[in-house]
Design a protein around this ligand. Sequence first.
Ligand code: NAD
Ligand code: DAU
Length: 381
Amino acid sequence: MPPDGSRDRSAAPLADVAGEPRTLRRLLVTGGAGFIGSCYVRDVLGRRDGTRITVLDKLTYAGNEANLAPVRDDPEMAARLEFVRGDIADAAVVEPLVEAADAVVNFAAESHVDRSILDPEAFLSTGVIGVHVLLDACRAAAGRPRYLQVSTDEVYGSVAEGESTEDAPLAPRSPYAAAKAAGELLVRSYVITHGVDAVVTRGSNTYGPYHHPEKLIPLFVTNALDDQPLPLYGDGLQRREWLYVSDHAGAVDFVLRNGASGETYNVAGPTERTNREVVALLLEHLGKPWSLVRHVEDRPGHDRRYAMDGSKLAALGWTPRTPFEDGLAATIDWYRANEAWWRAARSGDWDHWYQRQYAHRLAGGQEAEPLEAEAAPSTAD
Ligand code: NAD
Ligand code: DAU
């Protein structure tokens, strides 16, 4: 070891044992109190295989310790969870936690496109500086922890036709997506320059329980439960691939243990739908009328379509399990059964946010035209 105590980073990253998933028993999960990160924590600890997790989370408006309540309520799982409130951009907090970990799984980000249009700064501080601090701590740590960056299909930009493969150019179109692309490029640079052992996942639109109500599906479900208008941007014909949250969390864990260092893996949802189709289906499940829908002013720079080719990850051995209709029904049941959770998430600065984002839109909105066209989904799963 060099005199300054650091490790020689010129060595090649640790090789995977051929065909064997890595055994990683001490995980640092950043952003583990958010939507997908908390699902990951619940699911990994729920395997009861001795894995210990430290969650580092800043608890922004989107982070919620209540998302980890199922772990806290179970003594065996609770004993394997440590929670640290802090910022991934704070090196003094990050370094000792990374030093103690076999792997770092980074879910932490500002995640809402609409907020990135109004207030982009926090997106850069977490998505760029925060990622840099985590990577630098991995570079310096004696145990050479593996690093996984949770990224997004939004780095490809809007995809008019076909599906993005992992080697497609990065073409982000919102401040959120640009920050995520920048984070990925930092990962790439640390793999090449410093030999950090790192992998990247790019997930598609994720939905499920514990999803903050600012996003399309939970916003429309909770508004509909209250018989409030549903603000559909533009013509509502934008297309997304919908991925159930436990499938997304499972894919992240699969790549953490099986992915090759320096590689990126698309985690493609199984079902492409227009927003109108999604809304029609959720209203049908809720037994609420289409007349709640309002066509409102569009999101600036709104990406028309995301679509990814998931064959690289399928070849490694992972495909999503949850059909959209089943996942959506389970999600709606969860929101019905957990009203206290979503009412709490719609408190604090929620009214201020809602006014800022929607008041003028709803004032100028129009009732949506009837639904005939949505009777049959427009694409195969
Ligand atoms: P989320 O907004 O629900 O959760 C983000 C979490 O990160 C919160 O707990 C928040 O408190 C925490 N956080 C934010 N800034 C932090 C900081 N500086 N330091 C420490 N913690 C911080 O987000 P999500 O939907 O669960 O997304 C998780 C990750 O997955 C993000 O990186 C996002 O870009 C990516 N992703 C999300 C989706 C999706 O559809 N939700 C799809 C693909 C990729
Ligand atoms: O594709 C992956 C991305 O999916 C993630 O990287 C992001 O973190 C996540 O937020 C999500 O981004 P989207 O912008 O696609 O999700 P959102 O739920 O905000 O919007 C989904 C679609 O619904 C999009 O076309 C915009 C539209 N929409 C959204 C809201 C909140 C509306 O029509 N009305 C709304 O009020």
